[in-house]
Write a protein that binds this ligand. Structure first.
Ligand code: SD4
Length: 291
C-alpha cells in the first residue's frame, strides 16, 4: 500500500522530528516515533518548557504533564509528575501496563519508579535562577510564544498508515502549584482517530481545554475539512468568543489527516511547525489570526 510516512511537531524541534523519522525508517511504529521524538526535547536541559530544565511553578517545583494516543484509540497520561525526565514514556507505560488512562502526582511518580525510571532533580541552575528573578515581582501573566521550540506535541503516520501522537510539557512557567494544562488531557492537548487524522495543541492550555481543541479539529476533519481549515476553525472558536482576550495569549494547533496532508494555525505570529516528509526536515512559519 502507498502510505507515505510523515512526522509533524509543534515549534522548532528538528532534532526531535529527525529522531522520529529515523524511528519510522527503522521499522518503528508511529507510536515509537512520537515517543522517541519527544524524548529528545525532554532530555534537552536548554528547553525550559519541557522535561529536564523546565521552568518551575511558583513554589519552585518542576511538574510535568504528558500523554500519548495510538492508532487503536488507546491512551495514557501523567499529570503533575515530579522528578522523572521522560514523562512521555511514563504516559506510554500508563497506557500499556495499567488498566487506567491517567495517573497524577505521587501515584504517577511511584508508578514510574516501579517501572524502572530513575528519579532526577529537574530544576536546573538556569531555571532556578529564572524563577528567583521572577519571584522578585511575582507577576503572573502568560508570555506569548514563551513556549517557543520547547514544549512538544508530535504526530506521525508510519509506513503502515497508522497514526499516533504524543504531547509533553512542564506546563506554564510560574503556574499555581497543582495546575494542570491541556497537554495531558485527551481531546484537548491531543487527539488521534486512526480513520480520520490527529491534532495536537500548544500555548495557553486553559483556552484549549475550554474548547476541547484537538478533538474539535479531528471532528472538523471528519466532516470534510482539510487539516488547515480545521485548525483555523478551532482557533476561531477561541478568538470569536464574545469576551475573548486573545490579544494576551497564544494558542497553536497542528494537524494531519489520513492522507498525510498537514495543517497548522495560531492566534499570533511566531508559531512554527516542524515537518519531516519525503526526506525533508523543515521548519515552517505558521499563518495566524491576529494580523
Ligand atoms: C500548557 N499547553 O501547559 C501547555 C503549554 C504549552 O507550549 O503548550 N507550551 O498550557
Amino acid at each position: 500500500s502507498a502510505y507515505i510516512p510523515v512526522v509533524i511537531a509543534t515549534w522548532n524541534v528538528k532534532q526531535s522530528t529527525s529522531k522520529a523519522w529515523e524511528t519510522i525508517q527503522n521499522g518503528g511504529s508511529a507510536l515509537d516515533a512520537v515517543e522517541q521524538g519527544c524524548r529528545v526535547e525532554e532530555a534537552d536541559e536548554k528547553g525550559q518548557s519541557v522535561g529536564k530544565g523546565g521552568l518551575p511553578d511558583r513554589e519552585g517545583h518542576v511538574t510535568l504533564d504528558a500523554c500519548v494516543m495510538n492508532q487503536h484509540g488507546d491512551c495514557g497520561a501523567v499529570v503533575y509528575l515530579k522528578d522523572i525526565t521522560h514523562a512521555v514514556s511514563v504516559a506510554r507505560k500508563v497506557m500499556e501496563e495499567t488498566p487506567h488512562v491517567m495517573l497524577a502526582g505521587d501515584g504517577a511518580k511511584q508508578f514510574a519508579l516501579s517501572q524502572g525510571f530513575q528519579p532526577e532533580n529537574l530544576l536546573t541552575e538556569a531555571s532556578k535562577t529564572a524563577w528567583e528573578k521572577w519571584k522578585i515581582e511575582a507577576k503572573y501573566k502568560p508570555i506569548i510564544n514563551i513556549e517557543n521550540h520547547d514544549t512538544i506535541g508530535m504526530l506521525a503516520i508510519d509506513s503502515k498508515g497508522d497514526i499516533s501522537g504524543a504531547c509533553t510539557t512542564s506546563g506554564l512557567a510560574y503556574k499555581m502549584a497543582g495546575r494542570v494544562g491541556d497537554s495531558p488531557i485527551i481531546g484537548s492537548g491531543l487527539y488521534v482517530d486512526n480513520e480520520i487524522g490527529a491534532c495536537v495543541a500548544t500555548g495557553l492550555g486553559e483556552e484549549v481545554v475550554k474548547t476541547v481543541g484537538s478533538f474539535l479539529v479531528v471532528e472538523l476533519m471528519r466532516q470534510g475539512k482539510t487539516p488547515q481549515q480545521a485548525c483555523e476553525e478551532a482557533i476561531g472558536r477561541i478568538v470569536n468568543k464574545p469576551n475573548s482576550n486573545y490579544k494576551d495569549f497564544q494558542v497553536g494547533y497542528i494537524a494531519l489527516n489520513k492522507k498525510g496532508e498537514t495543517g497548522y494555525f495560531a492566534i499570533h505570529e511566531g508559531f512554527t511547525m516542524t515537518k519531516y516528509q519525503d526526506g525533508v526536515n523543515e521548519q515552517l512559519q505558521s499563518d495566524f489570526f491576529n494580523k
